[in-house]
Write a protein that binds this ligand. Structure first.
Ligand code: NDP
Length: 372
C-alpha cells in the first residue's frame, strides 16, 4: 500500500554498518510476526510524544526489549514527568521537548522516529509536524478522527519522504498472524462467517468519551480491532458495505457525546460477513472466523498478553509469544526504515479503517446499509 521512500543518506550509512544482519531486509510482510534477526550497529532513536498510560505501561518498557530501535527522546506537556522518565530511561535533557518547541527536533540527529501517542484528534497535528521535521512517524490507532485528517497525515509523510506506520500491534502477534495465514492458505476454505466482541467498562473521566478528542466512542477505540481482524480474515480485503445499530444507553449521563454500545456488520465482496459488538459499558474480548472446513476462535482476542486461540482440527494453539507485541511492532518499523521494505501496517491501512468507521456511524445514524 505504501510506496517505499528512498533511504536518507544517514539511513543508508546505518544500513551499510548493519552488515549481514540486514539480511532480514527481504523479509516478506507477513513474516513480521517472526522475531527479527540481530543487527549490530546503533539502533534508531525513537521519541515518544505523549507520555500517557499506553506510552508508560507498554511502549517505554517495550523499547527496552527492541533490537533495532531505542527510546532516545521524550515529548510531553508535563516537564516534571518528562524529567522523571528521562532519569528512569537515561534520556539526555537535550532530547526532551514540549509541544511548543517540538519542531526543533528536526535538528536532533539522535531522533529518527517520532511515535505519536496522544488522543486521536491530536494525531494529525503531531504527525504532520514530525514529518515536516524530517522524522519517520508511527501514530497510534485510531489514526485520526476523520478521513480528511488521515489524508493530510499521509500526504505530509509522503511529501517529506518519511515513512509512516500505525500502531497496529496485533499485526505482530503470532495468533493473529495465524489468522492471516489461514485466510491466505485456505485450510478451511474462505473464512466467511466472522463474529466477535471487544468491550470494556470505561471509567468516567477519560478523553475516550469526549467526542472532540476521541472522534467517537468504543467504535473508534475498540471496534477498530474487530475491523482489523475481519480484514485479516478476508486476506486484507476492505468491506464493500456496512450496517450498524447503536444500542440504548444504560448510562446516558456518562455517555452524553458518544455511543455507549454499537452493534455493527461488515460485508465483503467474496461473501464474508462479520457481525459483532463493541461497548464501553460491558465486558467482551473474543473473535471467531469460520469457513466450510473449520474455524479459528480467540479468547482475550485483542489483549496485550494471554491471547488464547484454538482451531477446529488442532485444538489449542501454542506459539511462543513476545513479552511485548509492541517491541516487534517497533522493531519491524525500524527495519522498514533501514531497509526500504514497506511496512505491513501503513498509514493507508489506518485510513481504510477510519473510512469504514465513518460509514458505520452513518449506518447507525440513518438505519441504512452504507456501501463503501
Ligand atoms: P492517555 O490519556 O493515558 O495519554 C495521552 C497523553 O497524550 C497524555 O498523557 C498527554 O501526555 C498527551 N496529551 C497531549 N495533549 C493532550 C490532551 N489535550 N488531552 C489528553 N492528553 C494529551 O491515553 P492513552 O495512553 O491510553 O492513549 C493514547 C493513544 O494511544 C490513543 O490514540 C489510544 O487510542 C492509543 N492506545 C493504543 C493502544 C494499543 O493497544 N495500540 C492501547 C491504548 C491506547 P503528556 O502528559 O506527556 O503531555
Amino acid at each position: 500500500m505504501t510506496t517505499p521512500h528512498p533511504l536518507s543518506r544517514r539511513d543508508f550509512v546505518r544500513l551499510m554498518s548493519a552488515g549481514a544482519a540486514v539480511a532480514a531486509a527481504g523479509m516478506p510482510a507477513d513474516a513480521s510476526a517472526e522475531a527479527p534477526a540481530a543487527r549490530p550497529g546503533r539502533p534508531l532513536g525513537v521519541a515518544l510524544l505523549g507520555l500517557g498510560n499506553y506510552a508508560e505501561t507498554e511502549l517505554a518498557p517495550s523499547l527496552q526489549e527492541t533490537r533495532f530501535c531505542r527510546l532516545a527522546g521524550l515529548v510531553s506537556g508535563h516537564p516534571e514527568k518528562a524529567a522523571r522518565w528521562a532519569r528512569q530511561y537515561g534520556v539526555p535533557a537535550k532530547n526532551i521537548y514540549n509541544y511548543e518547541n517540538f519542531d526543533r527536533i528536526a535538528r536532533n540527529p539522535d531522533i529518527d522516529i517520532v511515535y505519536v501517542v496522544t488522543p486521536p484528534a491530536l494525531h494529525r497535528e503531531y504527525v504532520v509536524r514530525a514529518a515536516k521535521a524530517g522524522k519517520h512517524v508511527i501514530s497510534e490507532k485510531p489514526l485520526a478522527t476523520s478521513v480528511a485528517d488521515c489524508d493530510a497525515m499521509i500526504a505530509a509523510c509522503r511529501d517529506a519522504g518519511v515513512r509512516f506506520s500505525v500502531g497496529y500491534r496485533l499485526f505482530f502477534d503470532p495468533y493473529h498472524a495465524e489468522l492471516r495465514r489461514l485466510a491466505k492458505d485456505g485450510d478451511y476454505g474462505p473464512l466467511n462467517r466472522m463474529s466477535g466482541k471487544f468491550c470494556f467498562v470505561a471509567p468516567g473521566w477519560i478523553w475516550r468519551i469526549d467526542k472532540r478528542l476521541a472522534g467517537g466512542g468504543p467504535m473508534m477505540d475498540l471496534g477498530i480491532y474487530l475491523i482489523q481482524a475481519s480484514c485479516m480474515a478476508q486476506n486484507g480485503a476492505t468491506p464493500v458495505a456496512v450496517t450498524a445499530r447503536e444500542l440504548p444507553k444504560k448510562n446516558p449521563k456518562l455517555f452524553t457525546e458518544v455511543e455507549e454500545t454499537m452493534w455493527f456488520g461488515l460485508e465483503f465482496a467474496g461473501g464474508g460477513r462479520f457481525e459483532g459488538l463493541t461497548s464501553f459499558n460491558r465486558g467482551g474480548n473474543d473473535y471467531e472466523a469460520a469457513g466450510p472446513g473449520g474455524w479459528i476462535k480467540f479468547q482475550s482476542a485483542f489483549s496485550y498478553r494471554g491471547i488464547a486461540c484454538e482451531t477446529s482440527d488442532r485444538g489449542a494453539l501454542r506459539f511462543p509469544t513476545p513479552v511485548h507485541q509492541q517491541a516487534r511492532q517497533m522493531d519491524d518499523f525500524a527495519q522498514c526504515v533501514l531497509t526500504g521494505r514497506a511496512t505491513p501496517v501503513p498509514g493507508e491501512m489506518g485510513r481504510r479503517d477510519i473510512r469504514i468507521i465513518s460509514a458505520i456511524y452513518e449506518a447507525a445514524r440513518t438505519g441504512q446499509r452504507v456501501p463503501l
